[in-house]
Design a protein around this ligand. Structure first.
Ligand code: S5P
Length: 275
């Protein structure tokens, strides 16, 4: 059966990429398909949120370069928390350049290749972006996510662009583990001669909210039920729905929201894989 009808556990046993296997195992173990996107600018708020949500997430998504008070100890602490609470780390760097520059960025001041199990890239530069990041990521058992569909209003990531992104991923299934997208993607853009048996792309969906339908800047939200059950995505990415403004965070409220999204995401998944 197609991957979105299989359990995370079944998929963990078969997946070709180590980071994907680890993520799927953690999802099953913690009964969580929730990734919290920690888009705050002060490291105190950053860690307060991660400490609160850590037991309830499979993945912490970072934009590490928005921390105003970043220093290398941030990474040490993030890695400690990743082990303590058993979550993987996804640096949402959205690489989109020619090869030399994104390789340099990965080795630069934040050294994301050393600590982020997963990172992502736009498909717009073409297949070289995958080759370049794979040369750095494969030796460290990392996984790459391609942006195949964006959540923002008017996004250009539609139709043949999305299909081409999936084709690029299909050619590097050892390294590209899935997509940022709003729908399941297996088989998309495949010709009759393509071997898509065993293809298992993880779909991570941002733009998830239980209370709002969007923000004032073009973000669009759907519910975990719509994203996971109706559209077959695997991981829900939630930011402001969990931590609000992200300043002087109320950790009890953050915990409450994380539990609420974890429950909603898991319920939608159970409903999907029920046979
Ligand atoms: O299409 C996208 C892709 C991404 S990675 N739309 C998105 O919103 N994102 C990211 O998901 C975005 O960079 C942000 O970190 C998060 C959504 O945050 P929220 O506060 O709107 O839930």
């Amino acid at each position: 059966s197609s991957p979105h009808l299989q359990t995370y556990n079944e998929r963990a046993q078969r997946h070709a990429n180590k980071a994907a296997r680890a993520l799927l195992r953690v999802m099953e173990e913690k009964q969580s398909n929730l990734s919290v996107s920690v888009d705050v600018t002060k490291s105190k708020d950053f860690f307060d949120i991660i400490e609160a949500v850590g037991p309830h997430v499979c993945l912490i998504k970072t934009h590490i370069d928005i921390l105003e008070d970043f220093d290398p100890t941030v990474i040490d602490r993030l890695r400690e928390l990743s082990e303590k609470h058993k979550f993987l780390i996804f640096e949402d760097r959205k690489f989109a350049d020619i090869v030399p520059w994104h390789c340099s960025i990965q080795k630069g001041s934040t050294r994301s290749q050393d600590w982020a199990h997963i990172t992502n890239a736009h498909a717009v530069p073409g297949p070289s972006i995958i080759t370049g990041l794979a040369s750095v990521g494969i030796p460290k058992d990392r996984g790459l996510i391609l942006l195949a569909e964006m959540s923002s209003k008017g996004a250009l990531t539609t139709g043949s662009y999305t299909e081409d992104a999936v084709r690029m991923a299909r050619a590097r299934r050892d390294f590209v583990i899935g997509f940022i997208a709003q729908h399941r993607m297996e088989g998309i853009g495949a010709s009759d001669t393509d071997n898509i048996a065993g293809e298992d792309f993880l779909v991570l969906a941002p733009g998830v909210g239980l209370d709002a339908t969007g923000d004032a800047m073009g973000q669009q939200y759907r519910t975990p039920e719509q994203v996971v059950f109706e559209s077959g995505c695997d991981v829900i990415i939630v930011g402001r729905g969990i931590y609000g403004k992200g300043e002087n965070v109320d950790t009890r409220e953050v915990l409450k929201q994380a539990q609420r999204y974890q429950a909603a995401g898991w319920e939608a998944y159970k409903k999907r894989v029920q046979r």
